[in-house]
Ligand binder design. Structure first.
Ligand SMILES: *[C@@H]1O[C@H](CO)[C@@H](O)[C@H](O)[C@H]1NC(C)=O
Ligand SMILES: *[C@@H]1O[C@H](CO)[C@@H](O)[C@H](O)[C@H]1NC(C)=O
Ligand SMILES: [Zn+2]
Length: 315
């Protein structure tokens, strides 16, 4: 090749950016991917860390939005949180693929353009990076990596309105609590694995929440766009759900959970999404999980625009 021709080839290289692969990405890869997206789409993205895990890993949040760096009047704040149980790994990759989908479809797809223009979307792909580092693929049922490095279950670590939670607040929980206080989030979901269902508050009381109709509607908005979830019987041993949704406490009671904390103390509806029967399935299944969830993740974000006025109010 002559020098001139190779220069032309080098000039083309930046255009040939590879799309995100369907595999699990460790902490350093995840950080590199987020920084790469941020540098390729600086106008509509913002990357920040809300704190560090016990082992010192950053808890990265990636924002997609027309005004990504700060709140703008009239533009609601939305969030997705994944991987708070470190061994429940599918949501972590779903969020990375969602970022790529939003960025590559902005300005070419009208729906995505409108969503990114009118919403500030915050994505925390891993709330428990230490737990993820301690877990491994094809481990469907164990608790290896579920807890943070100090051995606490982060989804039992939040202040609880129904029962005193005496567990010391962990760095990851503290970071999320500070984050929730610093942004006016109005809608959220957190991703888990080990079942297929969208679960809604309350998690720690059989009382019917004042916004029960809204919560059920939102959970079903997610489930009805995921056929596996909606069929309610896709995981062995689970057949008691209807339309892929359940009240949290009716399924099993959770003290110190994140979704009740968001809803009760912060007037932000959060639902819990169980998206895979196996907690950490083989990487070859990831493309299928993305396909099964990609309509739901978009439809659920859209709901932030339906204009919710909640009845819940606890100071
Ligand atoms: C992350 O994965 C990459 C690619 O497999 C590997 O080179 C790197 O050592 C891993 N990093 C850590 C901290 O495990
Ligand atoms: C645009 O994106 C929406 C939301 O993801 C999707 O439902 C729709 O099929 C896309 N439109 C086209 C023309 O690809
Ligand atoms: Zn979980």
């Amino acid at each position: 090749m002559t020098a001139a021709v190779s220069l032309i080839w080098l000039g083309l290289l930046p255009l040939l950016v590879q799309s995100l692969d369907f595999t699990y990405h460790n902490s350093s890869q995840l950080e590199a991917i987020l920084k790469d997206f941020n540098s390729r789409y600086p106008a509509i993205t913002y990357l920040y860390s809300i704190g560090k895990s016990v082992e010192g890993r950053d808890l990265w949040v990636f924002v997609v939005g027309k005004y990504p760096t700060k709140h703008t009047v009239g533009i609601p704040e939305f969030k997705y949180v994944a991987n708070m149980h470190g061994n429940e790994a599918v949501g972590r990759e779903i969020l990375l693929h969602l970022i790529e989908y939003l960025l590559t479809n902005y300005q070419s797809n009208a729906t995505v353009t409108q969503l990114v223009t009118n919403t500030r979307i915050h994505l925390l792909p891993s709330m428990n990076p230490d737990g993820f580092a301690a877990s491994s693929p094809n481990d469907c049922d164990s608790v290896n990596g579920r807890f943070n490095k100090n051995g606490y279950d982060l989804n039992r670590n939040f202040p609880d309105a129904f029962e005193e939670n005496k567990d010391p607040v962990q760095p990851e929980t503290q970071a999320v609590m500070g984050w929730i206080k610093s942004e006016t989030f109005v809608l959220s979901a957190n991703f888990h694995g080990g079942a297929m269902v969208a679960s809604y508050s309350y998690d720690n009381s059989y009382t019917v929440p004042p916004d029960n109709d809204v919560l059920m509607y939102l959970a079903q908005k997610y489930s009805e766009n995921n056929l596996q979830m909606y069929s309610s019987n896709s995981c062995p041993g689970f057949s008691g759900f209807t339309n892929g949704i359940t009240n949290g406490a009716v399924w099993y009671k959770v003290k110190g959970g994140m979704q009740d904390y968001n809803y009760i103390y912060n007037q932000c509806v959060e639902i819990t999404l169980e998206v895979s029967c196996c907690k950490y399935p083989d990487p070859s299944t990831l493309q299928g999980f993305w396909n099964d969830n990609k309509v739901s993740v978009i439809e659920y974000i859209k709901q932030v625009h339906m204009g919710m006025c909640l009845d819940i109010f606890i100071q």
